[in-house]
Write a protein that binds this ligand. Structure first.
Ligand SMILES: C[S@@+](CC[C@H](N)C(=O)[O-])C[C@H]1O[C@@H](n2cnc3c(N)ncnc32)[C@H](O)[C@@H]1O
Ligand code: SF4
Length: 344
């Protein structure tokens, strides 16, 4: 899902319930000042294409998630990875190249491409090479989220020198060793802090803006008291364009325990989820699903090994799921029936 943020200087707050109305629109428009011309052109092109109808089909997805590996070395308390039963592996370069070749033909309408799914992308043995392949093909707004455990000096140096990655999100989830290690089980606070500091230092030393580094903390009962400390700890370290992202934890489409701080809030009346008209998620083995929250691939609609992404985007099965949403029958498919992150 692309993130909608409310900016306060270098500290951004991401909420599933974005600030509505004119004020929210102005804040989001102000956020666009960091976007590259191709991204701005894309925003305008999508608006023109949709002509005010948010459910008008684009010729290609607006955002693509490519799960280059679903292996992971942590067992974070809020993540569905520890209970995932899919076979674990990593995407072949051949499949990655096929996907990228098709995506790069749709640059104008694309908002972003995430090189990650469920799992730790930096555990892919050719991670940097895949990033370079995508960047050389001209894929816009390439980003990744990492747990930072494998961000060694050599790899950080290469990522900064190449400048191929647009944004590097580092998931930190705690200002103290005690909290971090209780949330990101298996992670070592000192190591990840050092890895994070180092990538910021390398950027500063080389005077590079890319990758934009986002230091992310999820808000949940365990971390809520450390948000201020987290911000004061990291804000002075940020370089040009870097940011802190305070993001609400969610239920991953109903797959994990509800740790949201406002879990008790009154339910909002549900509407069809736009995600099915916007995103495409591709697993390491080529399976394609309709939503980035469907990390168990229960709504698989195609196979990127044998089909084009455009063919899958227009597949009868995917269109049938879309129709179940427009007719208000999302309860008939899982995990849409239990999802709390449906997208407006
Ligand atoms: C599934 S992880 C995969 C990437 C990488 N392993 C990491 O931890 O950053 C992708 C993103 O989802 C976030 N995440 C995990 N569980 C979440 C939850 N329950 N609610 C919201 N975000 C979550 C992580 O913090 C990370 O930014
Ligand atoms: S949040 Fe990332 S690091 Fe943690 S278990 Fe999930 S995939 Fe692994």
């Amino acid at each position: 899902m692309s993130e909608r943020r409310v900016t306060k200087g270098k500290v951004k707050v991401f909420s599933n319930t974005t600030e509505p109305g004119v004020v929210g629109q102005i804040k989001r428009a102000w956020d666009w000042r960091h976007r590259e011309p191709i991204e701005l052109a894309g925003t305008v092109a999508r608006k023109v294409w949709r002509r005010g109808d948010r459910f008008r089909m684009l010729p290609f997805p607006q955002a693509v998630h490519i799960e280059i590996t679903n292996r992971c070395n942590l067992k974070c308390v809020m993540c569905p990875h520890p209970t995932m039963t899919r076979t674990q592996g990593q995407m072949s370069e051949e499949l990655f190249r096929k996907i990228i070749a098709e995506i790069s033909g749709h640059r104008l309408l694309l908002e972003n491409v995430a090189i990650m799914g469920l799992g730790e992308p930096m555990l892919h043995t050719d991670f940097e090479r895949l990033v370079t392949i995508a960047a050389e093909a001209g894929v816009p707004n390439l980003y990744v989220s990492t747990n930072g455990t494998a961000l060694t000096e050599k790899r950080a140096q290469r990522l900064v020198e190449d400048g191929a990655l647009g944004r590097l999100i580092i998931s930190l989830d705690g200002a103290t060793k005690e909290t971090y290690e209780a949330v990101r089980i298996g992670g070592r606070f000192d190591l990840v802090m050092e890895n994070t500091m180092r990538v910021l230092r390398i950027k500063r030393a080389l005077g590079r803006r890319k990758p934009v580094v986002t230091l992310q903390i999820l808000t949940m009962p365990r971390t809520r008291h450390e948000i201020d400390e987290f911000v004061s700890r990291w804000e002075p370290e940020l370089g040009d364009g870097d940011e802190i992202l305070i993001k609400e934890v969610d239920t991953f489409g109903g797959l994990v325990d509800d740790l949201r701080l406002d879990a008790e809030r009154e339910p909002v009346q549900r509407i069809p989820c736009r995600m099915l008209w916007k995103d495409m998620s591709i697993a390491w083995d080529g399976k394609v699903t309709v939503c980035c929250k469907d990390v168990y691939y229960q709504l698989t609609v195609g196979d990127a090994n044998t089909q084009s992404l455009e063919e899958i985007w227009n597949a009868p099965k995917w269109n049938a799921y879309r129709r179940l949403h427009t007719s208000g029958e999302w309860d008939r498919i899982h995990p849409c029936d239990v999802c709390r992150e449906w997208y407006v």
